[in-house]
Design a protein around this ligand. Structure first.
Ligand code: HEM
Length: 526
């Protein structure tokens, strides 16, 4: 008799197309949940060793003495990075497919709060190691908080303590854990709403009309084992990469500090002076805006944080009320779509700019030169294509082609801008190098333009095929390799070779994900 009763979990069935290779877009939230689970598990282990009175020393102790300490700390950091990247992917996917519309308005708003909490938890966590970067991040945060009119000094004291190390790092640890707990709580309701509202169906099923829901039909496979095994497969891949990537980067002691899985030097060491004052990479876009000349003269960093941080957040919170049309199609909402694309383009440009020239003041004219072309190209391109589409001169197909169409159009906008810059640079600094850059960006633009045109035409649905004996051979070989890797990692030193163990473990998880994907393909044809 079944003791687990998993098959009686009150979770919704989903159509087969949501579990195909292209179906991953339906589960971006699940990927975040898996990364969050990894964060909670590794965070609880790190909590056992953390000492807010001397954070740098306790962190070094984890790195140099605790078995697998390096791996747990490095993958906890990258797990946070994975969560932040996935939250943006999840939000923008739902934004462009219109998943903030009826009946998911509240689900979306809770989502925006989850985004803010995820970034907040990332900021407080990043600032806990006590290294030079965490102290810089705290200084920037304290600087902005203290500038808030009236509340500034109060916020600075409840946020950053009474000036002693212990009070500062205890508060940061507290806020880090509180935010993680709030994420868990809000996610509970967010997920309940996802089940109650059902998943947004494919555009073929919804015909781009709201309210779009996925009612259960008799031909749908039961949640267990179909969805259950699919989520395990997603879990193996997600955790595999969260472990493998930092383990690989960690093998290079001179990896750039922005991506290193290890903390930087102590703030009191001579090396600290050589490190530019970087915030965490996921706040680089905001940090670069602080350098914009016009802000220096007016309100300082607070204005930049409001314009490039708070206002976009308020926009995303209000979008269910600002865009109330009944169409889900991105080209039927050209302004919303353009604003979505431009916010991604700005985040990418500012982050790269911030990484290469942190703290360098930018004159207003240069700011305009950088901000205006993407704005004009994005709105021009999307409005133009939307007009063609509304006139029936452009046929857009089912969900998979719509997603690739959006990716191509986003890529096209970025390369058009880069080609514009390369051309103006080539005109001013004519050389083989600048010509080479122009040809490269121009080539990328032509490729993406063809891609955009191609994906705008109808694409047939995928048909499933049974896999021959080869599948079984692959499963056996992959399983054998997993055992060999696990055997090797058991012989490694858990302190000095922790990252090599991580490489093996990450690979084993990814191989297991492939084995499960083959098994599901053979057994369920998905
Ligand atoms: C910690 C962060 C978050 C977690 C763990 C999370 C988790 C989830 C899960 C598990 C689902 C079910 C479908 C799926 O797997 O994708 C979902 C759906 C959804 N989420 Fe989130 N989410 C988070 C943040 C966000 C954010 C930032 C937004 C938007 C601002 C958002 C908006 C939505 C919407 C609109 C749906 C419905 C999508 C559909 O029906 O296809 N979520 N979320």
């Amino acid at each position: 008799m079944d003791r687990t009763h998993i098959d009686r979990l009150p979770l919704r069935k989903t159509p087969d197309y949501m579990r195909t290779w292209g179906g991953k877009w339906y589960w971006t939230g699940a990927l975040i949940t898996i990364a969050f689970t990894y964060e909670v598990l590794t965070g609880l282990v790190l909590l056992l060793y953390y000492n807010p009175a001397d954070p740098y020393v306790s962190t070094q102790y984890v790195l140099t003495t605790v078995p697998f300490g390096k791996l747990i700390l490095g993958t906890h950091l990258y797990g946070a990075y994975a969560m932040i990247v996935l939250v943006y992917v999840h939000m923008y996917r739902n934004y462009f497919v219109g998943a903030y519309k009826k009946p998911r308005e509240l689900q979306w708003i809770i989502g925006v709060l989850l985004l803010a909490l995820t970034i907040g938890a990332g900021y407080f966590g990043y600032s806990l190691t006590g290294d030079v970067l965490s102290v810089d991040a705290q200084d920037v945060g304290r600087g902005i908080a203290s500038l808030i009119p009236v509340l500034g000094p109060w916020l600075a004291s409840i946020g950053f303590g009474n000036g002693t190390t212990t009070s500062l790092f205890s508060k940061f640890l507290g806020y880090h854990i509180i935010m993680a707990a709030l994420i868990a709580l809000l996610f509970g309701y967010h997920f309940y709403l996802a089940e109650a509202n059902t998943m947004l169906p494919s555009s073929k099923a919804s015909k781009y009309r709201v309210p779009a829901t996925t009612p259960e039909t008799h031909d749908m496979k039961p949640w267990y084992p179909s969805n259950f095994l699919y989520l395990i497969e997603l879990g193996l891949f997600t955790m595999g990469f969260i472990i493998l990537i930092p383990s690989f980067v960690g093998l290079f002691p001179n990896a750039p500090i922005l991506i290193s899985p290890y903390p930087g030097p102590s703030p009191t060491s001579a090396l600290a002076a050589l490190i530019p004052p970087y915030p965490p990479w996921f706040l680089l876009f905001l940090y670069k805006a602080l350098d914009f000349g016009m802000f220096q003269n007016v309100m300082g960093p607070l204005t930049a944080s409001v314009i490039f941080g708070l206002l976009p957040l308020i926009y995303f919170l209000l979008i269910p009320f600002l865009d109330r049309g009944n169409s889900l199609h991105p080209l039927h909402r050209p302004i919303t779509t353009s604003l979505g694309i431009i916010s991604i383009v700005y985040m990418i440009i500012f982050s790269i700019w911030g990484a290469f020239s942190p703290g360098v003041i930018i004159q207003p004219l240069v700011v305009a030169e950088v901000l205006l072309p993407p704005l004009i190209v994005t709105f021009g391109t999307v409005m133009g294509i939307s007009r063609l589409w509304k006139k029936g001169k452009l046929k857009i197909g089912n969900k998979s082609s719509t997603t690739s169409f959006l990716i191509f159009i986003l890529g096209l906008v970025v390369t058009v801008i880069l080609t514009g810059y390369s051309f103006s640079y080539f005109v001013v600094h004519t050389s083989l190098l600048s010509l080479g850059r122009l040809i490269l960006t121009g080539g990328a633009t032509s490729f993406l333009a063809i891609g955009t045109a191609k994906t705008s035409s109808q694409l047939p649905d995928q048909k499933f095929k049974k896999i021959p004996t080869g599948a079984y051979i692959a499963i056996v070989l992959l399983t054998l390799m997993c055992w060999v890797l696990l055997g090797i990692s058991l012989k490694l030193n858990p302190v000095t070779q922790a990252m090599t163990v991580g490489m093996a473990l990450g690979t084993v998880l990814i191989f297991s994900g492939i084995v499960l994907a083959i098994y599901r393909r053979v057994m369920f044809g998905e």
